[in-house]
Design a protein around this ligand. Sequence first.
Ligand SMILES: Cc1cc2nc3c(=O)[nH]c(=O)nc-3n(C[C@H](O)[C@H](O)[C@H](O)COP(=O)(O)OP(=O)(O)OC[C@H]3O[C@@H](n4cnc5c(N)ncnc54)[C@H](O)[C@@H]3O)c2cc1C
Length: 390
Amino acid sequence: MKPKAGNSEYDAVIVGARCAGAATGMLLASAGLRVLVFDKAAYGTDTLSTHALMRPAVLLLQRWGLVDKLEHAGTPRIEKTTFRYAEDRGAEEVSVDIKPRHGVDALYAPRRTALDRILVNAARGAGAEVRHGMQMMDLLRSADGTVSGVRVRDQGGEIRDIRARIVIGADGRRSGVARLAGSTPYVVGQHMTTCAYGYFRDLPIDGNRWYYRPGMGAGVIPTNDRQTLLFASVSHDFARGSAAERASAFHRVIREAAPDIADRAANERLVGKLYFFAGMRAFIRQPWGDGWALVGDAGYMTDPITAHGITNALRDAELLSRAIIDGTGLAEYQTARDDLSLAFFEVSDRVASLDWDIPTVQQYHRMMSHEMGREEEALVATGNASATAA
Ligand SMILES: Cc1cc2nc3c(=O)[nH]c(=O)nc-3n(C[C@H](O)[C@H](O)[C@H](O)COP(=O)(O)OP(=O)(O)OC[C@H]3O[C@@H](n4cnc5c(N)ncnc54)[C@H](O)[C@@H]3O)c2cc1C
């Protein structure tokens, strides 16, 4: 796409200014496109997340010069990942050190108040216009049905139309852009987990710890402000019952799946409250049509149990931006996205069933690791291609 917008006010308007939208805005604006990114939420607000970034996400943040900013925001380096697999007969622990590769020598699990802010600042720094408190109400279409812009309600309550050559929905798993554009999922998960998590203080932990026990999962993830996030996943318990019942289910899962930290996950160490996610079936949606595209959860959502959504969002921001900037087209974006997503999606869905024995979930983890390796190599290749083009 050429930087000039003809009759449009913008080359690209992006609905949603978190990891997918802000990253896409930054990349398109860096290439000289006129970009508006907006969000109905306020700048720097929190959102549901257990924060863990996988290696491909850190690779991109490193390329974009943002890892230092994450560290300056107090995000701890994570240099080791431990998997604890337990069943009635006993437990097994497998620890993996994060090996330096492609400029990545640590993982991170930033609070979204830090990560999303850093990405928004980077989008602004690259020349994108970013607005908060602005809500998309509808899509605009030209006479032939092509999406040509958005109708918005701005912070002052005024309704107005904004024209753009492409409207990008980065508006999350319940995407209004997807619904209005008529995008439907063509792959849907069979399973889903419900999840509870909270932030705990004084829980010194050496790296990420992931816990798997038939019927449940849990995780311990060091994040900003010297706090550690604990999450528990099961099929139903966090989707029903009173808050007290769900809190008690959280502690039961932590005791059963993660007994080594259960005594330190006492209520007096909890900062704030527990958060609950009632679950949603994962999906892969048609990510583009005439005048529109989807990025991040709007187009592709995986179950939180495999902690890959932010990594997907940053990856797809890179793939979509490259397709727009290089002019390879949105079908190419879809092909690249699906090539890196379909196998991972399938395994993630099987993990989300929580219906496995330990050897089986270990095999799922090997398969996911293989897919993440492919993802990393594909992103290294996009970096090499941009460097050659420059
Ligand atoms: C409980 C839970 C735990 C998770 N844990 C992890 C994890 O450990 N690691 C990981 O990688 N991923 C995790 N995820 C997934 C991750 O949070 C998502 O994949 C990620 O947030 C997707 O980013 P996004 O930018 O696509 O969408 P979102 O973060 O959902 O942002 C969408 C934005 O669009 C805005 N918006 C929506 N509609 C409109 C509108 N009409 N007008 C204007 N703005 C609009 C919203 O206000 C929102 O700010 C988890 C998810 C959940 C629910």
